[in-house]
Design a protein around this ligand. Structure first.
Ligand code: ATP
Ligand code: MG
Ligand code: MG
Length: 378
């Protein structure tokens, strides 16, 4: 029986543990937080990622290590990789941890990206603005998630405020051109140890205040555009010899796709695959890191994933739907925190729209389902 070590014990680790049980897998979660979300389901080694003694114990107790959290220090991942197989490899992790390295790789691979430039001083912000233009977004190169560590500039007059907000951030900054996108989509894909590559049908994503709110899959997108997006994802994975599941977030603008960022792990926009695909992102990630054959990634009908942020709504209206599925991460409610999600699944787009309308009304979440309904009915 294999034991998988997971660095980070959040809801992604929790869902990996749930997916691993039928495969007969055991887990060990490394996380410094008291009562990490995954720790209800798997043993937790409570320690910091930089704690070498803990890392050595962790390595000694697992057959392979992987991540629920992408900001594990690269040094720790590398140190671990000298003792136990680590997937994805530290190099792939390092690229995805730094927005400059990531965007540079994308452009080297011929994948379109918004204009971007590094910023490491107030003066270089002016130079970057001259290169990128306005409107623009100043972002921390590292550690950003859920839209944190970002400042939007409408004009050069916002430069002082942007620098005051983010200038002190560790690891430097990047200025990106603001993309007035028509849509946001993501490719969630998996690559095996043998190089086998599979991508789930593309999802369309809606964010509120920088946090994912809803995903519709399969996205209603042009076939040629979808092929380009999948091809970009495959090229990125091959370039860094990626093993496991990852997500590539893209903007769609006038029929073109521009890469935003990649997440070197299972991804919130792939949660729909638990019930909405033949094999979930969590199961395929485990299969990939263990070197097992990958499962099929075909969608079963149409799915919409709704994130529960801050607090859980009541679940009855979702459970009353034949294709309604509930996920409560068991987390303490807190403003802005992802505490759970629901996936609604149906055989046709029309049926899914009807389900979303009922659930939106029953939970007073009309605004959350509105953009998905509009897409399904367009
Ligand atoms: P995540 O939680 O997905 O890791 P993050 O904090 O890493 O988020 P991004 O994905 O870069 O941040 O940005 C969050 C959201 O902000 C994007 O999904 C998009 O809606 C918006 N955004 C980011 N960059 C741009 C851009 N250059 N142009 C337009 N909108 C953008
Ligand atoms: Mg991100
Ligand atoms: Mg993102």
């Amino acid at each position: 029986m294999s034991r998988i070590g997971i660095l980070g014990g959040g809801q992604l680790a929790r869902m990996l543990v749930l997916a691993g049980a039928p495969l007969g897998l055991r887990f060990l979660v490394l996380d410094a937080a008291e009562g990490a979300c995954a720790a209800e389901l798997a043993p937790q080694l409570k320690a910091d990622y930089r704690d070498e003694e803990a890392l050595a114990r962790f390595a000694g107790e697992v057959d392979v290590a992987t991540f629920d959290f992408e900001n594990v220090p690269a040094d720790s991942a590398e140190w671990l990789a000298t003792r136990v197989p680590v997937h994805p490899a530290p190099r792939a992790l390092a690229v995805a941890q730094d927005r400059m390295a990531e965007k540079t790789l994308f452009s080297e691979l011929g994948i379109p990206v918004p204009p971007f430039a590094p910023v490491d001083s107030r003066r270089s912000l002016d130079a970057a603005l001259a290169h990128v233009g306005v409107p623009a977004i100043l972002k921390t190169r590292r550690f950003g998630y859920d839209g944190k560590g970002q400042f939007r500039l409408r004009s050069g007059a916002d430069a002082d405020a942007a620098w005051a907000a983010l200038g002190a951030a560790q690891g430097g900054l990047i200025l990106e051109g603001f993309v007035p996108f028509d849509r946001e989509i993501s490719v969630v894909a998996v690559r095996g140890r043998d190089g086998a590559f599979r991508a789930w049908p593309i999802g369309e994503n809606w964010h509120v205040d920088g946090v994912l709110s809803a995903t519709l899959a399969p996205a209603v997108v042009d076939a040629a555009l979808a092929r380009r997006a999948l091809d970009h994802a495959r090229r990125v994975a091959e370039a860094v010899d990626y093993v496991g599941v990852f997500a590539l977030e893209l903007f769609v603008r006038d029929g073109e796709v521009l890469a935003n960022e990649m997440a070197p792990r299972v991804h919130n926009s792939g949660h729909w695959t638990i019930e909405g695909a033949e094999t979930s992102q969590f199961e395929n990630h485990l299969r990939a890191v263990l070197g097992l054959p990958l499962g099929a990634v075909d969608a079963r009908g149409w799915s919409c994933m709704l994130n529960w942020i801050g607090a859980m709504p009541t679940r009855d209206a979702v459970l009353a739907e034949p294709g309604g599925h509930w996920h409560d991460y068991g987390k303490t409610p807190r403003v802005g925190r992802k505490v759970g999600h629901a996936t609604l699944r149906a055989e046709t787009p029309e049926a899914l729209a009807a389900v979303l309308e009922r659930v939106g009304r029953a939970l007073a979440r009309e605004a959350q389902v509105a953009p998905v309904l509009a897409r399904l009915r367009s």
